[in-house]
Design a protein around this ligand. Structure first.
Ligand code: FAD
Ligand code: NAD
Length: 476
């Protein structure tokens, strides 16, 4: 038989996604215990914390991608990978329906994948809250192609603004870069964009010097709500120094191709609508549930009250479903939707599945020994009984795996001008720091967290390249 054929004596473990949660699971999983199948439309892992740097070319996107084939080829047993999107999960029939959504299609584009065990790690999609015009006119910042699109559009705005006879109003509009959402994604992007302008763009295209302008729009009274108060104030004052405008208490309600309409609070406390013209609009207002997850939620009565994703128990089992686990942004376990949480959940599942396989193996041995003992002579029985007792002791040791518990290492964000903010857990306390030293800490922390040595070297090269030669302003 083909070496890659599933082994009928093993359970089929299907894993959906190649993101933070599932890749962390795959890294630690003993794949020889299961027939493992990975399904994801993305055949690489993406190191999202450095994605904002790709929008302006501080880092090239391929430096933070790791091919899933490279990750899987180092596993002991063969793991199948299908580049496809899970379109539906039938939880009663235990089938995942998958569709090849990529450009090149073969005769077979859709298939059914049966599972005994299923891990859902499909992440989340971009929240738009149904606000008209967002999908048509704004750029998101979640995937590699989003970063590439932003990079192209920044340069398109700059070149269009420099076109012969452009009016001053139109130049101001084209060079107004508006970022909606003052969470870490929006803040980091705004910081990177202003760096690009200060360090490179204004040198290469001096004519735009007085008109290029970055504005961060946030509905709440402040940005970065998950950081401590002093770091929020530090970020806001640092943005002021860098000439990045922050518009808080400004909720975008409508988006057209040239301006956004936002509800603002006037100084007298009354509300009004303001039109804000833009050239580039980046939308970073957080996460929404993916359709395939929503559909599964609607099949499971225990998920009736779930809103933000699949509710899971302390072993990451989807409430109301047997043999289905969820990790990362698509799971609701009372933790923030971060890479840190997803990675720890994935590593926990690997430990759990490795333990389950060991338990199954020991239990099978015990059953065999019990059968042997029944037909054995009295003096052999004693020896077999001792072996059974030893297996029982092993089983107790193996089964000692506790529930998942998250250990928060801290929050870090780059805010531009070689400054970062960090709320870091230190023993039982918390250290809040912001500034250039924190930036160096941010750099070294993220460098060490990169997936591979190859990624680390590429990122270092990109940093050096950007420092010495400037960022590339050609529009691909
Ligand atoms: P993802 O990593 O999003 O992976 C989901 C996977 O599922 C992808 O491979 C996707 O292709 C696949 N998929 C999607 N749909 C389907 C489908 N239908 N079928 C099968 N597969 C599917 N967190 C931090 O802790 N620190 C940071 O500094 C940080 N910076 C960030 C910067 C940016 C710009 C962004 C966008 C996020 C950042 N985050 C950060 C958040 C972090 O990236 C997410 O919390 C994390 O990616 C969640 O991991 P996940 O495995 O749930 O999902
Ligand atoms: P977020 O949910 O953290 O922030 C979105 C912001 O958009 C909110 O502050 C919200 O008030 C605002 N908003 C929503 N609708 C709006 C509207 N119509 N008009 C104006 N403002 C509006 O989203 P995010 O920044 O994309 O982050 C998503 C997740 O990823 C979070 O859990 C975050 O912690 C994590 N993340 C972490 C880092 C980091 O640690 N450095 C970086 C990026 C993302």
């Amino acid at each position: 038989p083909d070496q890659t054929d599933p082994d009928p004596s093993k359970k089929n473990l299907v894993i959906l996604g190649t993101g933070w949660g599932t890749v962390s699971l795959l890294k630690k999983l003993d794949t020889e215990n299961y027939n493992v199948v990975v399904v994801s439309p993305r055949n690489y892992f993406l190191f999202t914390p450095l994605l904002p740097s790709c929008t302006v070319g501080t880092i090239e996107h391929r430096s933070i991608m790791e091919p899933i084939r490279n990750i899987l080829r180092h596993k002991k047993a063969n793991v199948k990978y299908y580049e496809a999107e899970a379109t539906k999960i039938d939880y009663e029939k235990r089938i995942v329906y998958a569709k090849d959504e990529s450009e090149i299609k073969g005769d077979v584009m859709e298939t059914e994948i049966p599972f005994d065990m299923l891990v859902i790690g499909v992440g989340a999609e971009n929240a738009t809250f149904g606000i008209p015009g967002v999908r048509e006119h704004a750029c998101f910042l979640k995937e590699v192609n989003d970063a590439q699109k932003i990079r192209k559009q920044i340069m398109d705005c700059v070149e269009t603004a420099s076109f012969k006879d452009q009016s001053p109003d139109e130049i101001r509009r084209l060079l107004h870069m508006v970022v909606v959402g003052g969470g870490p994604t929006g803040v980091e992007f705004a910081g990177e964009l202003q760096d690009f302008f200060m360090e490179d763009l204004q040198k290469w295209v001096p004519s735009i010097k007085d008109s290029f302008h970055v504005t961060l729009v946030e509905a709440l009274p402040n940005v970065l709500p998950m950081f401590s108060k002093q770091l929020i104030e530090y970020t806001e004052s640092s943005f002021k120094e860098e000439h990045i405008e922050i518009r808080t208490k400004t909720m975008v309600k409508n988006v057209t191709d040239k301006y956004i309409e936002a509800e603002i609070q006037k100084p007298d406390g009354s509300k009004g609508i303001e039109k804000i013209p833009y050239g580039l609009l980046v939308w970073a207002t957080g996460n929404a549930v993916r359709p395939v997850v929503k559909d599964l939620m609607s099949q499971i009565p225990a998920q009736a009250k779930a809103r933000r994703g699949l509710e899971v128990n302390e072993y990451m089992v989807v409430n109301g479903a047997e043999n289905i686990w969820a990790v990362g942004d698509c799971a609701v376990a009372n933790y923030a939707p971060t890479a840190q949480v997803a990675a720890q959940e994935g590593a926990f599942l690997a430990r759990l599945f490795n333990t389950m396989a060991k338990t199954d193996a020991i239990e099978a041995e015990m059953r065999e020994l019990s059968a042997k003992q029944a037909n054995a002579k009295p003096d052999e029985r004693k020896v077999i009984l001792e072996e059974i007792n030893e297996r029982q002791r092993q089983l107790r040791r193996v089964k000692q795996i506790g529930a998942f518990s998250y250990s928060h290492q801290g929050s870090l964000a780059y805010i531009g001008a070689e400054k970062a903010v960090a709320d870091v857990s230190w023993f039982s306390g918390n250290i809040a720091s912001g500034g250039t030293m924190t930036y160096l800490f941010w750099k070294s922390a993220y460098l060490s967290m990169c997936f591979s040595t190859r990624n680390r070297i590429l990122v270092c090269f990109d940093w050096v390249k950007a420092k010495f030669f400037g960022r590339d302003v050609s529009r691909e």
